[in-house]
Design a protein around this ligand. Structure first.
Ligand code: MG
Length: 274
């Protein structure tokens, strides 16, 4: 099992995060890009030099976007990913640029949140979303990449239907078990049952269940929340998952480093014993 960590790439100085990944003992990362201004030829060359220098590889490029992203139930549907029509055109272009940047880095997996996918397949909003996703997925295909959906803002069944309806042959899933808990959209082990054959990347992150119908869950250090990691890993082994498991901890500073290192030990031990 290969462990990786998320490397934020939002400012120019974040290039130093490649060294940080190596210092923390990781050979793999997902590059988390939210600033299209950085997706230049020059920056790709600089990054490639760092990757070689520190012997770190990028398993996937996580492509963010400009404009708002509110990670809750109230405003998520109108701000996240390609779902909100008001930002859609701009974000399709940004995703294509992100895919092009990933190609320059030699990265073959593009990941994003497409948003809170409508549940009802007959709705106009769903049908137009499928067309938008297909446009980006085909661009990724031209770049020799998989287009991958990060889970959580839709039920696993809705995601399965979306994958089938987009219908290109380069679609995959970045399964984040904690997101399913966070938004109350499903159980990570059941999600593997439905989506298993599409899962090409996995995030390790932990959340507690929401405590009322208006809020989302709260993030906690890995092993302390409601993701049942022993059962989740067992199921990953059962379906023959052989990709990377990328640790994600959505805080910053000293505590993040501590939690990432603790998660690394915990997950390594667990993987070897389930
Ligand atoms: Mg994630």
């Amino acid at each position: 099992m290969r462990l990786g960590m998320i490397v934020k790439f939002i400012n120019e100085e974040d290039i130093n995060q490649i060294k940080r990944a190596r210092d923390l003992g990781f050979e793999s990362c997902q590059l988390d890009g939210w600033n299209p201004d950085l997706w230049t030829d020059e920056m790709a060359e600089k990054l490639k030099a760092e990757l070689v220098k520190y012997n770190v590889s990028i398993s996937a490029f996580w492509c963010g976007w400009t404009g708002p992203a509110v990670w809750n139930i109230e405003f998520g549907p109108e701000t996240v990913g390609l779902v909100p029509e008001v930002y859609r055109h701009k974000r399709i272009e940004e995703f294509k640029r992100g895919s092009d940047f990933a190609k320059k880095l030699g990265v073959k997996q593009f990941v994003t949140h497409v948003g809170f996918i409508p549940e009802e397949p007959h709705r106009r909003e769903y049908k137009s979303l499928i067309i938008a996703i297909r446009e980006v997925a085909l661009h990724c295909k031209q770049n020799g990449q998989y287009f991958m959906f990060e889970t959580g803002e839709e039920t696993p069944l809705t995601l399965l239907r979306t994958i089938e309806d987009v219908g290109t042959d380069n679609l995959g899933v970045n399964l984040d078990p904690a997101n399913l808990i966070c938004y109350g959209k499903g159980n990570p082990i059941d999600a593997l049952e439905l989506l298993g054959k599409y899962v090409r990347e996995v995030h390790a992150k932990d959340f507690c269940h929401p405590v009322n119908g208006q809020s989302v869950g709260v993030e906690v250090p890995i092993g302390e929340g409601n993701v049942n990691f022993p059962a989740f890993f067992k199921k990953l082994k059962e379906i023959g998952y052989d990709g990377t498991i990328t640790i994600e901890r959505e805080i910053t500073g000293e505590q993040q480093t501590k939690d990432v290192l603790a998660a690394k030990d915990y997950l390594t031990e667990l993987w070897n014993n389930v």
